[in-house]
Design a binder for this molecule. Structure first.
Ligand code: DSN
Length: 430
């Protein structure tokens, strides 16, 4: 096929959007400017590849493809089959697993599909408590999954510097006899000892499941442990965090679980897969195999460790006193006598975007928690390294100490914006 006409066509589409719906167009341009102007430190966010932006806005949006490659309920699947098969084989190569389902619409349906594949209502799952690092879909009582299934929660332990306690996992497993033992997290700054979970699962005959959404890119880049090296049954991950892909979900598993997982995703839970996302996932997984991605993953961790060290040198209290991954959880009450919401707002004022975060057993409510969560994937994507992390840490400490001083915050913001100009984001306009 001759692709030479594609570019003018897509440029023309942007012009049409600008002319026909200027409100939406301006919001997109505004968001692009916001993302480039300041430092993005939300650990679950990243700048995706320009190739992914192209594929995500492509004609695959038009196509229904219910079913799986070679077994669809609609005609016209020559190209959808090609890209879904590519995404599946690349996922298996990147993560060393026997089966991959790439159709989950995002993180929540991805985890729901796993529970619904293997559990009956009322069955027990052992997962991490949300304030200690778990996710809503790991069975928080407000989630539908938390109502349908019986989630028992393990915690982290202050007397062990905030780490998971292996004995607690084994005790809870023996006591509650879960069908699934789940690990993985959204706000725990450490790598996991997967044997803790596989041993407990073996003892009680449970399946092992890991939600590595936050750090899948670091697993792909070889800087964090891969749960499949520990014989995990099922591993889930979103594709848009450290992996840098589109907003989607992957369910990876042993071959013996393939049928149950595929049936659970479709027709069990979802209808037509988002083929534009699947095309983008295929692109992302090709990139994840390039040597540059290994360098990226290494730098994400180096940057997080540097950010953590400079913050701690300046009196900041971090959960577990450091990080092994891309993420830091700062106790802002203890460090600055400032709630997480107020800290997030002060950092917004200096063009550093973070998110307020509950800390383990937080006495404060989720919208007014005691901490802030930080991460280095996006800043690393735009080329920032240790020396920029040092500057960012010192600006943050200064801003949080002087959070009431708008003039001071404005001065820092100018410095932040000046630094960001040196690090353009590939494919985005400044
Ligand atoms: N909302 C994501 C995060 O920020 O960690 C998890 O789904």
């Amino acid at each position: 096929m001759d692709n030479t006409n594609l570019n003018p066509y897509y440029t023309e589409n942007w012009k049409r959007l600008q002319a026909n719906d200027p409100e939406v167009y301006q919001a997109i341009i505004g968001e692009e400017k916001r993302e480039v102007e300041g430092v993005e430190l939300i650990p679950s966010e990243n700048y995706t590849y320009p190739e992914v932006l192209a594929a995500n806005g492509s004609v695959f949006t038009n196509k229904y493809a219910e079913g799986y490659p070679g077994r669809r309920y609609y005609g016209g699947q020559k190209y959808t089959d090609k890209i879904e098969s590519l995404a599946i084989s690349r996922a298996k190569e990147v993560f060393g697993c026997e089966h991959a389902n790439v159709q989950a619409l995002s993180g929540s349906p991805m985890n729901q599909a796993v529970y619904l594949a293997f559990l009956k209502p009322g069955d027990t799952v052992l997962g991490m408590d949300l304030s200690h690092g778990g996710h809503l879909t790991h069975g928080h009582p407000v989630s539908h999954m938390g109502k349908i299934f019986n989630f028992v929660r393990y915690k982290t332990h202050p007397e062990k510097e905030g780490w998971i306690d292996p004995e607690e996992i084994m005790e809870l497993a023996k006591k509650h006899q879960p069908k699934i033992i789940l690990c993985g997290y959204t706000s725990y700054p450490r790598d996991l000892d997967y044997e803790i979970f596989t041993k407990a699962a073996k003892e009680v005959g449970a399946l092992t499941m890991c939600d590595m959404s936050h750090y899948a890119g670091l697993v792909a880049g070889g800087v964090m442990k891969n749960p499949f090296d520990y014989e995990f049954d099922i591993v889930t991950t979103t594709s848009h965090k450290t992996l840098r892909g589109p907003r989607g979900g992957l369910i990876l598993c042993k071959a013996k679980h393939a049928k149950a997982i595929d049936k659970s995703v479709f027709p069990g839970l979802q209808g037509g897969p988002h083929m534009q996302t699947i095309a983008s996932i295929a692109i992302t997984l090709k990139k994840a195999q390039e040597p540059a991605f290994k360098e990226y993953a290494k730098q994400v961790v180096k940057n997080a460790k540097t950010l953590a060290q400079i913050l701690m040198d300046n009196g900041v209290k971090l959960i577990t006193n450091g990080t092994d991954n891309h993420m830091l959880v700062m106790n802002t009450i203890e460090s600055f006598d400032l709630g997480g919401t107020e800290a997030e707002e002060a950092l917004d004022k200096i063009a550093i975007t973070t998110n307020k975060q509950v800390i383990p057993d937080d006495p404060r409510p989720p919208l007014k928690p005691s901490g802030v969560r930080l991460g280095t994937p996006a800043a690393t994507t735009r080329g920032m390294k240790e020396s920029e992390m040092e500057k960012i840490a010192l600006w943050m400490v200064d801003a949080l100490k002087h959070h009431d001083d708008d003039k001071k915050l404005d001065e820092i913001k100018k410095e932040v914006i000046k630094m960001c100009k040196i690090f353009p984001v590939q494919g985005l306009n400044a």
